[in-house]
Every structure is written in C-alpha cells, then in structure tokens.
Design a protein around this ligand. Structure first.
Ligand code: NAP
Length: 292
C-alpha cells in the first residue's frame, strides 16, 4: 500500500483564503477588522521567526496585527501588565503570548492574565480545562492540535470508536490532541518517554499522531497497515546540500511509513502550515465573539 499524502500546505491555503474572504466581508459590512496582538519576550530566534510569520499571515488575511516585544530579563509584572492592557484594548481581539517564555517567568501566571475571550492560542487554563471536561466547550483550542484534527476530519469520515495513539503529552501538542480525539469519540492511548513497548502500542493504532521531537522515531514496522499517520514533529537534520545546511524531517520515517499507512502528512507541508491557518481562524472567531 502506498499512502495518500495529506496536503496540509494546500488545505491551509484554502482555510487562509476563507478567513481572508470573511475579513473582507466584515470590512464591507462596517464591522471591526479582527486584530491579533503578539507578545514576544526575549531573544529565542525560533520564536522571533514564528512571530514574524504570524504577522505576515495576518497581513495576507487582512487581519490587523500588533507586535509587542519585551526584553529577556522582563519581570513577570511587566508581562502581565502588557497582557492586561491588551485585554482592555478593543482593537485587539486575540492575544498570543509566544511560548516558551524565558526561564524564570511563570508561564501559568502569564497565561492566566489573558482574557479567555481573547485567548486565541487556547492555552488559558480555563480553556484547556473545558477541553478536558465532558459537556463543556472551550472558546478556543490550541492551533497545532486544532490543525491536526482538521486534517484527520478531512481524511476520515468518522473517528468514532477508532483506536488512536498519540506519542507525546506536552501541554501544547500531545495532551490537547489526545483530549480532542477523546471528544471525537476515538479510543485514546497516550504514550510518553516512560512508556514501554511503544511499537506494540502504536501497531494497534488506526490513527497515529507523533509529537515527540525525535527524528524519524516511528518506523514502518511500528504502524498498522492502513493507519492514518499525522506527523507533528519538526526536527533539523544536517544536510550540506541545502542552502541553510539542514533540512526538516518529522518524527516519522516517512519513506518507510508511507508504504504501510493509508494516509500520511509530510514534513514539511503537513501539520506545520495548519498551525498559522488555525490561529487566523481563531482570531476571526474572537472578533465575531466581540460583535455579540
Ligand atoms: P515536547 O514539549 O518536547 O514534548 C515531547 C513529548 O514527547 C513529551 O511528552 C515526551 O515525554 C515525549 N517523548 C520524548 N521522547 C520520547 C520517546 N523516546 N518515546 C516516547 N515519548 C517521548 O515537544 P512538543 O512541543 O510537544 O513538540 C513535539 C514535536 O512537534 C517537536 O518536533 C516540535 O518541533 C513539533 N511541533 C510542531 C508544531 C507545528 O506547528 N507543526 C508545533 C509545535 C511543536 P515526557 O512527557 O515523558 O517527557
């Protein structure tokens, strides 16, 4: 079997175009243009790249973006004060605090300061708590997990009763993906660095989501024939033939697994581009919530 490729790049383009269309329609109707504020603390080069690309994507979708930067040694009160000011700013519908924060800053305290109706990243403990509870709905869901679910829903007609295995239990990817799969009535197993006999567990999965940050850890013989495989991993591998000296690979050994799975996301071009598309959607949703 050769897997079909789940084209996250094309799907995310479509979502971004839909968001841009709705933003344009809002402008024509005289409704406020959605606004996203980013809070970037410190010098983490990857975070600077991510935030830049979020601003660029906002611009392309017609969303207004406001960039706020604080130094590496910023105090908790400074960050919290900035977030509170953004909570009170009617031009700002969504607030994104870029993670990770510099060590020493209490991430939970900063995230608690974000108004839940502006928590477009979905990391406020109330939004995450609601995600975990039956009968409750978060206002926002974290962007990467939301992108994973979007791709799964496009690929499979019904997730109900399927065996899903998520490799990784981080706050930003693994755990919210697992919670979303439970909400979709899949039967969930979460694996982590202390899990034993991983291969036996992953071979039971109809849906396998890898979010471990370990280059090509999932091999062909880890995968049940016909499974749908979503690779969230983004790992750099040295490659002198590339202009940057490296290439990006996932947590899944793509060439092996595509011969076993029924569908698979590539890296790059799978989950990665979905993250920004889902953030734009959440920002639009925040603006709509503010209309009400
Ligand atoms: P993380 O915070 O480092 O978490 C990694 C998770 O994997 C942890 O739960 C860890 O277990 C588990 N793990 C590590 N080694 C393992 C092993 N050998 N066997 C089983 N489990 C293992 O990473 P993350 O932030 O979730 O990110 C995961 C990957 O996704 C990274 O490659 C990251 O770059 C990528 N990512 C992509 C996007 C995107 O937009 N596509 C967004 C975010 C992250 P413990 O809990 O026991 O430590």
């Amino acid at each position: 079997m050769t897997a079909s490729i789940i084209d996250g790049a094309a799907i995310s383009e479509q979502i971004r175009a839909e968001v841009a269309e709705e933003v344009k329609a809002r402008a024509i109707a005289g409704k406020p243009i959605p606004g996203l504020a980013t809070v970037l603390v410190g010098e983490n080069p990857a975070s600077h790249v991510y935030v830049r690309s979020k601003h660029k994507a906002c611009q392309e979708a017609g969303i207004v973006s406001f960039g706020h930067e604080l130094p590496e040694n910023a105090k908790l009160e400074e960050v919290v004060d900035l977030v509170k000011k953004l909570n009170d700013d009617p031009a700002v519908h969504g607030i994104l605090v870029q993670l990770p924060l510099p060590s020493g800053l209490d991430e939970e305290k900063v995230l608690l300061a974000v108004g839940i109706e502006k928590d477009v990243d979905g990391f406020h403990p109330i939004n995450i708590g609601r995600l975990a509870q039956k009968g409750r709905d978060p206002l926002f869901v974290p962007a990467t997990p939301s992108g994973v679910m979007y791709l799964l829903n496009k690929t499979l007609p019904n997730l109900e009763g399927l065996n899903a295995v998520v490799l990784g239990r981080s706050n930003i990817v693994g755990m919210p993906v697992a919670l979303l799969l439970v909400r979709a009535n899949a039967t969930m197993t979460i694996c982590h660095s202390r899990s034993k006999d991983l291969k036996d567990i992953t071979r039971s999965a109809d849906i396998l989501v890898a979010a471990v940050g370990r280059t090509e850890m999932v091999r062909g013989d880890w995968v049940k024939p016909g499974a749908v495989v979503i690779d969230v991993g983004i790992n750099r591998v040295e490659d002198a033939s590339r202009p940057r000296g490296y290439r990006l690979v996932g947590d899944v050994a793509y060439d092996e697994v595509k011969e076993v799975a029924s569908a698979i996301t590539p890296v790059p071009g799978g989950v990665g581009p979905m993250t920004i598309a889902m953030l734009l959607r959440s920002t639009l949703k925040a603006a709509k919530l503010a209309d009400a």
